[in-house]
Design a protein around this ligand. Sequence first.
Ligand code: MN
Length: 254
Amino acid sequence: MMRPRIGITCKLAIDAAWCPAVAGVRKGYVEAIVAAGGTPLLIPPLIDEATLRQIYELMDGILLSGGEDIDPARYGEAPHPKLGAVAPLRDAVELPLARWAVADGKPLLAICRGMQVLNVALGGSLYQDINSQYTTTIDHEAGSIQQCWENLDHPISLDPDSRLAELLGATELKVNSLHHQALKHIGHSLKVVGRAPDGIVEAVEVTGHPFGIGVQCHPEQLWQQADPRWRQAFAAFVKAADTRSYLQDLAVLH
Ligand code: MN
């Protein structure tokens, strides 16, 4: 049987000033899906919605990857002076993917920017810059400043009833932190299931969805060594996608 096809959203990156942009994603995402038994397929932010829909329908699960800030116009705000780089082409691809995956019950794992995309897709909003708009003593940009993905920068607490706590076998853990934005108003059908000690949202789940999880940290850089428990989260994501392809195969047979 074909291994579950996991679509991973990409960024556009400039290798050299004279080269056109490259569509790609940090290898930790790809390796996490391979290690979990999935088939990773990259979704470039370069396609019209009809093409995107075709790609979406071929996928058994969607992984929304990390990256730039979302255009605040997407949640009805003017840009704050501390807004970082935006990626309108990614917004145009990732917001529909998030909405479709929620509506269809297609397994969805949303990481960092991905969790913010999921929130905005469902009508939520963001703090455009934590340090300017939120009172905290925790440095949520610690990893970016230290230029390290593997450090366990701050603790988070998970809802004991959450799927994530079940998968990780813990309600208290430490995570890496490389974000300057955070969820503000929470989108519909999202439940906050994890927070940092300062109250910043670190994990959400889509209520009534077979597998819809968003995390603000970067588990794609933790599962290898820093915290191997995250392998269980990637494995459960791919397994959820597998059940779906199994059901689709059954539907074809009957
Ligand atoms: Mn954080």
